[in-house]
Design a binder for this molecule. Structure first.
Ligand code: GAL
Length: 447
């Protein structure tokens, strides 16, 4: 397997997200986000960790972007912290926040690294959460205003935009399970957050297109390949269909103009009370590309007692299969299945894997950091991606999650996904073997 096997126009990249790396949470006028507040609550985050300093990228972005350059990675996806630009979420613009991202973008361009901006990677301004956050329909207005501002200030140099990162995860974990910021629970919170986020997906896309006709606009969907736990069991098969509708189709199908997957997940009928006027048409947006984020597969068992879905996931560790520190099964074929499935949708023209990667422990050997498991994970997923491509399925890019070890949400700093190790006491960066491998692969040395 060589880089050239994937074709000349295939985008190779690496992804990061603001809250997970930046730190500087009050620097230069930044307002608080829901993650700044959530991480202060007791027993929410592993070890009581938070992103107050994280990788100190706010001060060290030059070093990190030079590392991307050194690794010869041509595309860099990062997110904008909304509350750096609008400390209160709306109204007053903080120009120092704009300056920061201008410096990031300009350095990328200077080094011939193509920037991809994620507009929302989960860090809603806290002032907006005080008004209900994603459960308040006004979020469409707030978000539209923020998107316009970003396009106006950065659109002269950036043309690749990801509107939302994994809306299913931030609404599910943040507004249903309460395990991510802002820690809300319950079906009503969840369904209203889902509908408003789905409307923002299309509203954001339309705004970018109206301000920048040459833009390349998409949004990123989490996708876990879902299978019944007992392949032959009809109840497990039906449970798997419901979970697939919830995890993988809930945000994708409305943006394609197909509405919500109510037939396969009847609980979604309760969304009706949040749907107004032309909403069902307004959910539709023609994406230039579809971002697909794949990490694992889930096996699903029917469970009568589980509210709303009557289904549960069987953890990888309970199945005794090879898994990462996140307890996610290592299952490379999932990327192939996801690409194949997305290819079956008529409205999808271009697929970019905007995240794929793995958390494993690293081993120090002299000056080297050995992380064979991560390297093998990436290689095995790339092989399956290539198989999909060779069979004629559309797939045009691959971004590794992630550049440096960082703050992994509720899991704190424990799981390490980076191609680059960070010593969080000294902020020293060391390229791991996986990073060196990616560099060599991108230099076409092959495997
Ligand atoms: C994704 C998320 C990233 C990162 C990754 C690994 O869901 O977009 O921010 O945390 O998972 O868990």
């Amino acid at each position: 397997m060589n880089r050239s096997d994937f074709g000349e126009d295939f985008c190779w990249g690496v992804s990061t997200a603001a809250y997970q790396i930046e730190g500087g949470i009050t620097a230069d006028g930044k307002g608080p986000s829901i993650w700044d507040v959530f991480t202060q609550k007791k027993n929410k985050i592993f070890g009581g960790h938070n992103g107050n300093i994280a990788c100190d990228y706010y001060n060290k972005f030059t070093e990190d972007i030079y590392l991307i350059y050194q690794l010869k990675i041509p595309h860099y996806r990062f997110s904008i912290a909304w509350s750096r630009i609008f400390p209160e979420g709306v109204g007053r613009i903080n120009y120092k926040g704009i300056d920061f991202y201008n410096k990031v973008i300009n350095l990328c361009l200077e080094l011939d690294i193509e920037p991809w901006i994620t507009l929302y990677h989960w860090d809603l301004p806290e002032e907006l959460q005080k008004k209900g956050g994603w459960t308040n329909r006004d979020v469409i207005q707030w978000f539209s205003n923020y998107v316009s501002c970003c396009v106006q200030h950065f659109g002269d140099r950036v043309s690749n935009w990801i509107v939302l990162n994994e809306p299913m995860v931030f609404t599910g974990a943040g507004y249903f399970l309460g395990v991510h910021a802002p820690g809300k629970k319950g079906l009503n919170n969840f369904l209203s957050a889902v509908h408003h986020a789905a409307l923002c997906q299309s509203a954001g896309g339309n705004i970018i297109k109206s301000l920048q006709t040459s833009s390349n606009v998409g949004t990123s969907f989490s996708h876990s390949h879902v299978e019944p736990y007992r392949q032959e069991d009809e109840k497990d098969q039906k449970a798997a269909v419901r979970v697939d509708a919830l995890l993988n189709r809930l945000f994708l199908e409305p943006v394609l103009g197909m509405g919500y997957p109510i037939d396969d997940l009847p609980i979604l009928k309760r969304m009706e009370k949040h749907i107004k006027g032309n909403d069902m048409q307004d959910l539709h947006f023609k994406m230039d590309f579809t971002g697909l984020q794949v990490y694992t597969r889930e096996l699903i068992q029917h469970d009568f007692w589980m509210p709303f879905v009557q289904a549960r996931l069987i953890k990888a560790s309970d199945r005794f299969v090879h898994h990462t520190i996140m307890n996610w099964e290592v299952h490379p074929n999932s990327i192939y299945e996801a690409i194949k499935k997305f290819n079956q949708y008529e409205g999808i023209n271009k697929i970019i894997i905007t995240e794929n990667g793995a958390a494993f422990d690293d081993f120090f050997y002299g000056e080297s950091i050995i992380d064979d498991l991560r390297k093998d994970y990436i290689k095995s997923h790339l092989k399956k991606l290539l198989k999909a491509k060779e069979e004629g399925f559309k797939v045009n890019g691959y971004f590794i999650w992630t550049l440096t070890d960082n703050f992994e949400w509720a899991e704190g700093y424990k799981p390490k996904f980076g191609l680059i190790h960070v010593d969080f006491n000294t902020q020293k960066r060391t390229i791991k073997d996986s990073g060196k491998w990616y560099r060599d692969f991108l230099s076409s040395a092959g495997l």
